[in-house]
Design a protein around this ligand. Sequence first.
Ligand code: NAP
Length: 279
Amino acid sequence: MTKAFVVGHPIAHSRSPLIHGHWLAEHGIAGTYERIDVAPERFPEFLRTLRERGFAGGNVTIPHKEAAFRLVDALTPRAEKIGAVNTVFFDADGRLWGDNTDAPGFIAHLDQSLGADWPERTGGTALVLGAGGAARAIVVGLIERGLAHIQVANRTRARAEALVALDPRRVAALDWADLPAALSGTGLLVNTTSLGMAGHGALDLDLTPLPATASVADIVYVPLETPLLAAARARGLAAVDGLGMLLHQAVPGFSKWFGVEPRVTPALRDRLVADLVGR
Ligand code: NAP
């Protein structure tokens, strides 16, 4: 029996058990994936005793991602760049590795939604709104996918500037006030702020200057159709929702722990959508 987990504080809201439970059933694997609530002061001990409690690994979420980054035995190059860990697994020598799967999750969802040639269609340009943890992962993903010109606009400009160091030849910081002017040269617009999320403020941005070929992605998935995505669709632009990133970021962890590469299918997505809208 292979055991995996998602650890956070709080953790009741996590949809990861639904995703991994779906794949365990689909592949007939005798495994478990459980939610574990661990307060920050107990997190180091939690990680240290994983092996003796029989876990193959698991997911790490708020507020433990930076602590996991410091506490694991080894980091993947991607986790090292992002500075946060959302997936842990053991290697054959019993060393605990930390990975960050948000970047490949975001990119895999774009590939599936827009077709694998989307980087060419964007002209190699992206504009990322926000500079928090998720933005950092997404900028790393866009760099890895070869985009040549990535602009980052954030309410707090210093945080956008911190992302420039990821690749100063390709990443530039922008003032929030200069957003409208930047849109006309943008092939891919990505919202990584919490604006547009249920219970948060609205993202007030007129999309009119975006080129007719532009695509718009929002990583907020509650609601699934954010006002930003609705505005993009109203303009006839390709719109990519945040749920796919959540589904695709789960794939590498499941593969590591259970030895099978699962697929993100319409049936899985439908289960998550039903859960999100409370059906
Ligand atoms: P975070 O580190 O707390 O960053 C929040 C970002 O939102 C910062 O850039 C912040 O700007 C900005 N922001 C917040 N309130 C704002 C406002 N009123 N006006 C302008 N900007 C504002 O959070 P995170 O972990 O990056 O997550 C961000 C969002 O992505 C959340 O909604 C989260 O649910 C979602 N997310 C989705 C997925 C997925 O799989 N789809 C994965 C991860 C995260 P400042 O720096 O100025 O504070």
